[in-house]
Every structure is written in structure tokens, then in C-alpha cells.
Design a protein around this ligand. Structure first.
Ligand code: FES
Ligand SMILES: [Fe+2]
Length: 453
């Protein structure tokens, strides 16, 4: 799997960690340094000098590249040996046979990315819709550090059922919540009800979209759609939605990559998006986003005293306590774990497609495309279908899904059908109303009638 992850550009540190001295990092089991030379180029290199191994974290940044402190070997950002000052010919001969291991690197919106795979198979940096600037949305880079395997952090996203338990801690207490516990910062109020969820492999099974449906009023259904994309990236819908207003579309609220440091340590890198389009309710706290911190919920990182974390656990405690590497063979899957197992399957098959180093069979994650036209069409089709999702991640398959949901015979097991059928059973009085219906409700009601017939 490590070889597979290397076939993609991975974030390795924050731009603002590149200061006047080289920054030591450990990614994918390798000790590296990252730096920005005085001409502005970013370098990501093996940490130990190719001469006799002194650490380049003590190297001196040059106008172009970096110079080892021990004997002054001077390397360009691509690892080329430019000079060996103690050699009679200043290293002219040595430069032909010695170089420093280095990886291609680039910066984007405050994150430094490196490509650590075979040089002849380097893909272009994937530009997803969510990365597009709109002149208003601010991308704030962050890291969250976890002392555990990367996959169980990603599992936590595919596992949306936990939002209605772990993030409603009051439900965990039998009776009164202890007065000295402030559970507010650990609670996502809109996620209180157990959602109806469906999971869809999309884009030739290179990603999984999952849709959580919750009714927020007689008129509104909140559809929250997230995506896990191969190999280790997720797109997140708005976390502060309260479902009180009709809203058609949100930009992605957060993008994350789950990057192994080694088998039992990981760093989640990403961008939190700020601005009116992503946070119309103004709940984000930009000052809490950065190195090992996160704003939308407490306990996203291990920055709380153990005694407090034990009494009021959050995502960090749940994930890390699954052991340094969660043991899948000991798990007892439930119906709420479908997303976890589906994305693991997608990931396993993609990794297998790469086994033996056959790049021809490699499943890459994205076919990210220019968004504007697609989004326009998507919005039009959503309106025409009479649906009003409040918070969505856009993908062409979603349009297909919604089109299918208008034809119940084809949509067995889909979210809307299940939501409506569940409501028909649970709330017959709601569906018995005969007042004139809004367009969206007409579509829903037709579906419900057809589904029940
Ligand atoms: S160890 Fe780096 S120049 Fe000698
Ligand atoms: Fe969570």
C-alpha cells in the first residue's frame, strides 16, 4: 500500500514551517528535510547527506539549494550535487556520480506536496473542483497529528454513523451529565438523529460518495454528501449546517489527506475553507486552524489532558484507542459500517491493481474537471428534479443518483426512498397532509406513493 500511496502527490508539511533553517520531516517511513531556498524554490530531500551522512537539518540554505554543514556539499533542490568545496576540482568529477536523494515538490495554498514515487510515472498534480479559487473562499492549511495507522483515521470519515453517538456525548451518559463537564465543544447539534445513509462507488470505483439523509423540518431534508477518493483523500460537506433554510449548494468545507509517517504514526493534512460560501452561518474559527489544531469540534487532535479526554472523549480518542494499528480481524461489523468496508475494499482493489509494479493497471483517483459548466448543469438538474439538498459534494454520479431516485423501481436501497419509506411508517400523519405542496414536496410525495405501491 505504501508503494501505491507513493504514486500520488502527498502533502508533507505546511508552507509556514519552511523558515530560515531546513525543516526535518518524516513521511512514508523516510526521514527527509523540507526547505525553501533563497530563490523561493521548495526542496524535499533525504535527510542524510550523500557524502557521509550528516543531517541536512543542520544544512545551510543557499540562494539555490542547500549546503551540508559538515564538508559543504552543495545540492540543488532536485538533489544535483553542485559543488564539493574540499575537492581539488570543487567536485566537477564527483557531480557526475553523486547526488542527494530528492523528490519533486510544489506548494499550493500553504501546503507543501511531494511526489515520492517512480520518477517516470509522476502524475500531474490533481486539480479538484474544491481547489478552485473563487475570489472569496480562503484556504487555511492545517495538520492533525495521530499516533496510529493512517487507515483508521480515514475509516472515521467513511463511518458516518458515529456522528450520531460520539458527537452527541450527552446520549452516552445514563442520566444527568456531570455538571463540571462542558460537552458543547464536543457536540455537533445537527447530527443528533441517526441518519439514513447510502454509499456509492463513483468514477469507476476510484472514490466513494456517501449520502446521509436527515429530515430537519416538514419542508426540508438535509442531504449531507461526503467523498473518500483514492487513495487517501476526503472531501467534507459543511459541518455547521442546521437545516433551517433552503440551500442548494455549498462549496466543500474541508479537504483532507491521511498521510502515513510510518505504520503507527500519521499526519492529516488539509485545507479548511473559510468564507461566506462555505460558512454562511459564520461558525468557523479561523484562529483555531493550523499546526495540530482544528476549529469545528474539540478532540480532533490530542491536545487535551488525559483526565479530561477520558471523561469527554472525541474523535481523536476513539481513533487512536483502536490500537496503534486497528486489527480488522477482530472487528464485528454492523450495518452502520458499510462505508468503512466499502472504501477499504475500493482501496484494497486499487492497491492490488498496482501490485508487481505494473503501472498500467494503476487506479488513479481523479478525473477532476473544470467545474463551472458542470456545476451550472448540476444545479439546473437539481432544481428541475425538485430537490433541495442543503449541503453537497458535486459529482456527475450524484446527478445520476438523483435522477434515479425519481424512479423508485430503480432506486432500491437509495437514501431518499429509505428516508421517505421510513417516514411513511414512523410519521403517517405527515404524509396524510393534503395541502398544496411545494414543487420539491410534490416530487417527494410522488416518489413515496410510487414506492409504497
Ligand atoms: S557529510 Fe555532508 S558534506 Fe560531508
Ligand atoms: Fe467524528
Amino acid at each position: 500500500m505504501g508503494e501505491y500511496l507513493r504514486r500520488f502527490w502527498q502533502p508533507v508539511c505546511l508552507s509556514n514551517q519552511l523558515k530560515d533553517v531546513p525543516h526535518p520531516i518524516r513521511i512514508l517511513g523516510e526521514d527527509l528535510i523540507a526547505f525553501r531556498d533563497l530563490s523561493g524554490q521548495v526542496g524535499v530531500m533525504h535527510r542524510h547527506c550523500a557524502h557521509r551522512g550528516a543531517s541536512l537539518e543542520y544544512g545551510v540554505i543557499q540562494h539555490h539549494g542547500i549546503r551540508c554543514c559538515y564538508h559543504g556539499f552543495h545540492y540543488a533542490v532536485d538533489g544535483t550535487l553542485l559543488e564539493a568545496p574540499t575537492e581539488p576540482d570543487k567536485g566537477a568529477r564527483l557531480c557526475k556520480s553523486v547526488c542527494q536523494g530528492a523528490y519533486p515538490a510544489l506548494e499550493r495554498d500553504g501546503l507543501v506536496f511531494a511526489y515520492m514515487g517512480p520518477s517516470d510515472q509522476r502524475p500531474p498534480f490533481e486539480l479538484w473542483d474544491a481547489f478552485e479559487p473563487d475570489g472569496e473562499t480562503e484556504f487555511v492549511p492545517f495538520t492533525n497529528v495521530f499516533p496510529c495507522n493512517w487507515l483508521q483515521i480515514l475509516d472515521n470519515i467513511a463511518d458516518q454513523m458515529h456522528t450520531s453517538v460520539l458527537h452527541q456525548p450527552a446520549t452516552l451518559f445514563p442520566g444527568e451529565v456531570p455538571a463540571d463537564l462542558d460537552l458543547g465543544p464536543l457536540t455537533l447539534p445537527s447530527f443528533g438523529s441517526v441518519p439514513v445513509i447510502d454509499y456509492f462507488p463513483v468514477r469507476d470505483a476510484t472514490a466513494m460518495v456517501f449520502v446521509a439523509g436527515r429530515r430537519t423540518s416538514d419542508d426540508l431534508v438535509w442531504w449531507r454528501m461526503n467523498e473518500c477518493a483514492l487513495p487517501n483523500m476526503t472531501h467534507h460537506a459543511y459541518l455547521f449546517e442546521d437545516g433551517k433554510e433552503r440551500r442548494l449548494f455549498h462549496r466543500v468545507h474541508m479537504v483532507r489527506w491521511y498521510v502515513p509517517v510510518d505504520n503507527t504514526n500519521s499526519i492529516v493534512f488539509g485545507w479548511r475553507m473559510f468564507g461566506k460560501k462555505t460558512d454562511p452561518l459564520g461558525k468557523g474559527r479561523r484562529e483555531r486552524v493550523g499546526w495540530n489544531d482544528m476549529d469545528f469540534l474539540e478532540a480532533q487532535v490530542g491536545n487535551r489532558p488525559y483526565e479530561i479526554a477520558r471523561r469527554a472523549p472525541g474523535d481523536y480518542e476513539a481513533i487512536v484507542s483502536q490500537r496503534p494499528i486497528a486489527i480488522h480481524a477482530l472487528e464485528n461489523p454492523t450495518s452502520g459500517d458499510v462505508g468503512v468496508y466499502l472504501f477499504r475494499k475500493i482501496l484494497r482493489e486499487a492497491g492490488d491493481s498496482h501490485s508487481g509494479g505494473d503501472a498500467m493497471g494503476l487506479k488513479t483517483s481523479a478525473k477532476p474537471s473544470a467545474n463551472a459548466e458542470r456545476l451550472k448543469k448540476y444545479k439546473a438538474r437539481m432544481r428541475a428534479a425538485g430537490f433541495s439538498p442543503l449541503s453537497v459534494w458535486v459529482c456527475p454520479e450524484l446527478v445520476k443518483m438523483l435522477a434515479m431516485e425519481r424512479r423508485p423501481a430503480e432506486c432500491r436501497g437509495r437514501v431518499l426512498e429509505r428516508l421517505l419509506l421510513g417516514e411513511a411508517r414512523m410519521r403517517p400523519e405527515f404524509w396524510a397532509k393534503e395541502e398544496p405542496l411545494a414543487k420539491g414536496k410534490q416530487a417527494s410525495k410522488r416518489l413515496k406513493r410510487a414506492a409504497c405501491s
